[in-house]
Design a protein. Sequence first.
Length: 72
Amino acid sequence: MRKLLIADFNEDYRIALTAVLKDSYHVLSCRTGTEAWVLLNQEHPDIFILDLMLPELDGLTLLERAYASGVH
């Protein structure tokens, strides 16, 4: 099953997306950019959905780091 990472500070949003997508994906979720960075490197998700205004490490910086490190 493909892995999906949801990185969003809003817990209700994460729960709703997980409920809708859990039958099609192995869903990982987190609430900060730092947590998302760790999960990207440890779990290597196939797809990720992220909030651009994440705490600790914003979504754009996270995308730049992921691209620079070859995670794409």
